[in-house]
Design a protein around this ligand. Structure first.
Ligand code: NAD
Length: 470
């Protein structure tokens, strides 16, 4: 393990190098070497050692970019990625095998139909700033496992992690097959001007539209991992102390900059006051000296995001019922809950993507379902804390990318479960087996024995009426 935590200063990749990197990645794929599963396993093992060797540096970079505490950085970035990688190392040989368990009429058995798992080719991975290590490396694990070559473009808003990821990938992985391009819009645009066999994008919907349009020009498939205005439901059947603690965890992690965290809570009117009491009790429990003094609580990534979140708070007509403090000089915003009474409130309309959320009182689960379908019919995640029947009603009446019952985004905290959005919150899924599938083409192959020609005469011209009966 390296004890060196010196992070190279941020430097964008020269624009004139990007086309060459892309050509190299395509040539490396065309060389056929990535088709060998052993070669992929070697790359994955090297990546494993790269991550473990670089852990202190990754942790230092995460602290520098988003103020992540050690425990959080280990849990949500390093260990999360390693656990996904370990499963892939264990299962890859099985996943890569031909699939013969297919459905077809018995007559076609002699064709020995099977599906070969083929890599898509050279792929582009574009990452966001909030989990800047995991959200670049987890898709890379999928790309390597499937036999793709790849270029990663980390977010310029997490510049320290971007440089550490670049150094690690260049040091450990096959040169020519894997690159990290650093930079912002100009560099991403240059990358998008290249031909890819898949673009894997994590980020906001505005940029997703730019990427999807660009990909459409060359009919390049895309996986889009986006966000949404994620709802939570809390009913009188919930254990309010537990619910408050779990929802607070969801919004304190990474200072709420989590795509799956709740944007608003539909709480049954009669438990709203108690729920708020429990939220404030948890606030005190999590932060005995206040969140600002806590070494465990992170910061907003930059001034632009700070201003955006602060504007939501400043323009709400709701009442702050927990937290509320902020300090721009430290990019600090306390975990903040706002009681609102209108669906038009900015706290209900915008994606918070920060430590603030609203509480919207509802009469019952029926009203909650109506509100959820109105506010955002296809959020990335959904959380429900009700009776068994209420939870089932919420689950079946409101769609979402993933869902957790009786918890905040636990469904996205298990690193090997398929994860992805639906509708406006994204398309495609990854992690675990889904990451392998995400970068794999399922190619159907049959072999028609020569002796079958007699049986197949029905397809040959000239057609004869006696061969086919109605
Ligand atoms: P973003 O869309 O601003 O940036 C993501 C990436 O796009 C960066 O690498 C950036 O350099 C690039 N980019 C920015 N502008 C571009 C342009 N004009 N052309 C080409 N590329 C461009 O996203 P962000 O602010 O880093 O992340 C926040 C958003 O991401 C939120 O909406 C959140 O919900 C979503 N998100 C989703 C997931 C998920 O897994 N579904 C995870 C994290 C974040």
């Amino acid at each position: 393990m390296t004890t060196d935590t010196k992070i190279p200063p941020f430097e964008a990749t020269p624009l004139d190098k990007i086309a060459q990197y892309a050509a190299n990645a395509r040539a490396a794929y065309a060389s056929q070497k990535t088709k060998d599963v052993e070669w992929r396993l070697v790359q994955l093992r090297k990546l494993y050692w790269g991550i473990t060797d670089y852990t202190p540096k990754i942790i230092a970079a995460l602290k520098q970019d988003v103020g992540k505490a050690f425990n959080e950085a280990m849990l949500t970035e390093v260990n999360f990625t390693l656990s996904d990688l370990n499963l892939t190392l264990k299962k890859l040989k099985t996943w890569a095998k031909d699939d013969t368990n297919l459905d077809y009429p018995l007559t076609f058995t002699p064709l020995r139909p099977h599906v070969r798992k083929e890599p898509l080719g050279a792929v582009l991975i574009i990452g966001p700033y909030n989990f800047p290590f995991m959200l670049n490396i987890a898709p890379l694990v999928g790309a390597i496992s499937a036999g793709c070559t790849a270029i990663i473009k980390p977010s310029e808003s997490a510049p320290a992690v971007a440089m550490v990821v670049k150094e690690m990938v260049e040091k450990y992985l096959d040169p020519g097959s894997f690159y990290v391009v650093t930079g912002a819009v100009a560099e991403t645009t240059a990358l998008l001007n290249e031909k890819w066999e898949k673009i894997f994008y994590t980020g906001g919907p505005t940029v997703a539209r730019i990427i999807a349009k660009k990909a459409a020009e060359t009919l390049t498939p895309v996986t889009l991992e986006l966000g949404g205005r994620n709802p939570a439901f809390v009913s009188k059947a919930a254990d309010l102390a537990l619910t408050a603690r779990r929802l607070m965890w969801g919004k304190c992690t990474n200072a709420g900059q989590v795509c799956m965290s709740h944007n608003y809570v539909c709480a049954e009117r009669e438990v709203v006051d108690d729920f708020i009491k429990h939220l404030n009790a948890t606030y005190k429990e999590f932060f005995p000296n206040g969140p600002k003094a806590s070494p465990d609580y992170g910061r907003i990534v930059n001034e632009r995001q700070f201003d955006r979140i602060k504007k939501m708070l400043d323009s709400t007509k709701g009442k702050i019922v927990m937290g509320g403090e902020s300090d721009k000089s430290e990019l600090y915003i306390a975990p903040t809950a706002v009681l609102v009474d209108s669906l038009d409130d900015p706290m209900m309309i915008e994606e918070s993507f920060g430590p603030i959320w609203s509480i919207y009182p509802v009469d019952n689960v029926n009203e909650a379902v109506k509100v959820m379908n109105k506010v955002d019919p296809t959020p990335l995640s959904l959380m429900t804390f009700g009776s068994k029947a209420e939870n089932q009603q919420v689950l079946s009446s409101v769609t979402s990318g993933g869902a957790s019952i009786n918890d905040s985004y636990m469904h996205g905290s298990v690193s090997t479960l398929p994860f992805g959005g639906v509708g406006e919150s994204g398309t495609g899924a990854y992690h675990g087996r889904a990451s392998f599938d995400c970068f794999t083409h399922r190619r159907t192959v049959v072999t028609t024995p020569s002796w079958m020609d007699k049986l197949l005469r029905v397809r040959y011209l000239p057609y004869s009426a006696k061969d086919l009966k109605q």
